[in-house]
Design a protein around this ligand. Structure first.
Ligand code: ADP
Ligand code: AMP
Length: 217
């Protein structure tokens, strides 16, 4: 229970830069980065039942069902390290998840304070996801836009980078469609709630961060 906790929801299509920006913002603001995709991938590498269930949806580019996703994020947000708040990335992704998040945060005397909506055209998304390289600790690189110092190893801990199974071109196109069908209604939802701020995500990573930080302040 902390009345001063801050919750920021990064919204935008796959590849818009939500994870990249969420990581930086969380560091700058002293908040925890909570990525539902990273939580599923952690479960997958730990071979949990949840991980196996999630993989059957993730590999097809489909959304994991709301009930398990909501339960997983609720559990993460209730841990002590989130007492000051969190930068959420990849959650909520459906109107039902957005409703559930309001309830979860209300129980902690919190609310969604700000929703940076990172907007990027589809052709750029496809190029970004095709060139994305990930570290196991969730750091995100791009072959051209944000390459690691040494190909293909993480700058910080030196572990090998990998390309996501669901970043293959055919799955990427499906994920973008799923975003428009199931997630994009949240743009109007958060606009109506007065928390949405539209951010031009086509600019270089640092400039996008600056734009979001201006709004946060
Ligand atoms: P999301 O979490 O929205 O799916 P990511 O943060 O993983 O997106 O970014 C997708 C890819 O685009 C990554 O390879 C990342 O390095 C790259 N990227 C992110 N933001 C930018 C940007 N502003 N300009 C160029 N490339 C970017
Ligand atoms: P991401 O890392 O955010 O790109 O998410 C990767 C995949 O994990 C998605 O394509 C979904 O299959 C699943 N996923 C992540 N977050 C959610 C969510 N909030 N709701 C449903 N599925 C999700």
């Amino acid at each position: 229970m902390n009345e001063k906790a801050t919750y920021i929801v990064m919204l935008g299509p796959p590849g818009a830069g939500k994870g990249t920006q969420a990581k930086v913002l969380a560091e700058k603001l002293g908040l925890v980065h909570v990525s539902s995709g990273d939580l599923f991938r952690e479960n997958l590498s730990n071979e949990t039942e949840l991980g196996k269930l999630a993989a059957s949806y993730m590999n097809k580019g489909e959304l994991v069902p709301d009930d398990v996703t909501i339960a997983m994020v609720k559990d993460r947000l209730s841990r002590p390290d989130c007492a000051l708040g969190a930068v959420l990335d990849g959650f909520p992704r459906t109107p039902a998840q957005a409703q559930a998040l309001n309830g979860i945060l209300a129980e902690m005397n919190g609310r969604v304070d700000l929703v940076p909506f990172i907007s990027v055209p589809n052709e750029v998304l496809v190029e970004r996801l095709g060139g994305r390289w990930m570290s196991h600790s969730g750091r995100v690189y791009h072959a051209i836009n944000n390459p690691p110092k040494v190909k293909w190893f993480d700058d910080i801990d030196g572990t090998p980078l990998y390309q996501r199974e669901d970043d293959k071109p055919e799955t990427v196109l499906h994920r973008i469609n799923v975003y428009y069908e199931q997630t994009s209604p949240l743009i109007e939802y958060y606009r109506a709630a007065g928390s949405l701020v539209e951010i031009d995500g086509t600019r270089p990573i640092e400039l996008v961060t600056d734009e979001i930080m201006k709004v946060v302040k």
